[in-house]
Design a protein around this ligand. Structure first.
Ligand code: FAD
Length: 414
């Protein structure tokens, strides 16, 4: 069997390490952190949404970049296979809303521990505080890695090198983009990277007044001209700079490359369950029941407190106006602001706040069945370092697991 060096002990590196060792290969993982799986630890707000219990077609449908590249890998390690693997390794899973899968314990550390136990059992060598510096090759084939640890620099020799270094997001977890350098140094093309699944900066000053406000069951829509780039219902939040939350992260991925470059028409439907007619009927009822109340005294019936200054201002209605004086035109304005609350997206926040990195090693130069480079024999790329990214919901880790599995099973017999 082969001597395999895996650079990076994150999700993809650990999973590949276990499966490659199960195949009988001699595996070494070089990880520059002091422990494995630092990013995995913070996934899913510490609970690790480690896959999505959906079909392969649905998984592929939730991948933004290069979904077709993933077909072979995705069928080779389906979400159900992942759940079964982890069950076999002692981790019990549960499926929640949106078919998101978590450990029953709600602890991401248990996902890491399950793989660590398995790595130990299969005799995988784990080198911590060991930074890969350079990929070495001989006659056009990868043959080792130059690393640096506490004792200095040395060479790890192997038949195969697997790059599992992640992207650029949350660099404090160790993913500092080294894999991109290794890729270009070994002759690979890179698709320009950008933060994705990331909060978004908005221009409007009134955003600040709503800082901390969380909205549930609202619809966020982003359009470019006549084209709808994103429209979904869910949860979002206002911050000091703009907006965040699950809806916003997904919108950032769908509209990402255009944000800041083009004017995108963006709006929130604050009451998606009500049609404009139903909303008008609701307003008429409010007026009939409270004719002498001032507008500001009924706002709490319609909007959360942090919107009480913004809504009258945007609708152009004096907060002191008595309800019986509210004109049909003012009602129409109020409906417009409620169903089409306006926002201007000006920029994405940075990698420090991004769940994933869009772009990376071009998949055109990678064999989709084994993740081996078409440019250098014995060199493999798996996980987020590749130009692959998906929605929230466990799909990004599913990319890490299935590319890792394809690689582990595609390693040569030696
Ligand atoms: C806050 C947050 C929450 C998330 N939640 C979810 C979720 O719930 N579900 C989901 O599906 N996805 C989630 N993701 C995305 C998911 O974490 C990533 O898609 C996944 O971790 C990618 O796995 P990877 O192994 O490719 O990279 P990583 O997990 O980033 O691992 C890369 C490893 O390589 C090491 N490394 C890098 N360079 C070197 C070097 N030169 N030498 C040695 N080691 C090196 C790093 O230290 C790191 O340990 C989340 C991401 C973030 C930031």
């Amino acid at each position: 069997m082969s001597d395999v060096i895996i650079i990076g002990g994150g999700a993809a590196g650990m999973f590949c390490g276990v499966l490659a060792a199960e195949e009988g290969h001699r595996v070494t993982i070089a990880e520059h952190n002091e422990k494995l799986g630092k990013k995995l630890f913070i996934t899913g707000k510490g609970r690790c949404n480690f896959t999505n219990n959906c079909t392969v077609e649905e998984f592929i449908g939730n991948v933004f970049s290069n979904p077709r590249f993933l077909y072979s890998a995705a069928y080779g390690m389906t979400p159900q296979d992942v759940i079964e693997c982890f069950e076999r390794w002692g981790l019990h899973a549960k499926t929640e809303r949106g078919r998101r899968v978590f450990p029953v314990s709600d602890h991401s550390s248990d996902v890491i521990a399950a793989m660590e136990r398995r790595l130990r059992k299969k005799g995988v060598t784990v080198l911590l505080k060991t930074e890969a510096l350079e990929i070495l090759s001989e006659d056009g084939a990868a043959c080792g890695v130059r690393v640096r640890d506490e004792k200095g620099e040395r060479i790890l020799r192997g038949d195969c090198v697997v790059v599992a270094t992640g992207g650029l997001s949350y660099p404090s977890t160790g993913s500092t983009g080294d894999g991109y350098r290794f890729a270009s140094e070994t002759g690979h093309s890179l698709k320009e990277t950008a933060p994705s699944l990331v909060p978004v900066v908005c221009r409007e000053e009134y955003i600040k007044e709503m800082q901390g406000l969380s909205l549930r069951n609202v619809r966020l829509t982003v359009r470019s001209g006549k084209k709808t780039l994103f429209t979904e219902q869910g949860e979002m939040m206002f911050t000091h700079f703009g907006i965040t939350g699950p809806l916003v992260l997904s919108a950032s991925a769908a509209a990402g490359s255009l944000i800041g470059k083009k004017t995108l028409e963006t709006e929130i439907d604050l009451k998606p369950a009500l049609s404009e007619e139903q909303m008008d009927a609701r307003l008429i009822r409010l007026v009939t029941e409270n004719p002498n109340k001032a507008f500001h005294n009924v706002l709490h019936e319609l909007y959360p407190k942090k919107m009480h200054d913004v809504i009258p201002e945007l609708a152009g209605i004096s907060p002191d106006k008595k309800l019986h004086d509210l004109t049909r035109g003012e009602r129409a304005e109020l409906i417009r602001v409620t169903k089409h609350f306006p926002l201007t997206l000006t920029a994405l926040r940075g990698y420090n706040e991004a769940v994933i990195t869009r772009g990376g090693v071009s998949v055109k130069e990678i064999d989709p069945g084994t993740m081996e480079s078409k440019k250098m024999k014995g060199l493999y790329f798996i996980g987020e370092v590749l130009d692959l990214d998906a929605c929230t919901g466990g799909y990004n880790l599913q990319i890490a697991w299935c590319t890792a599995a394809a690689c582990a099973r595609g390693l040569p017999a030696g």
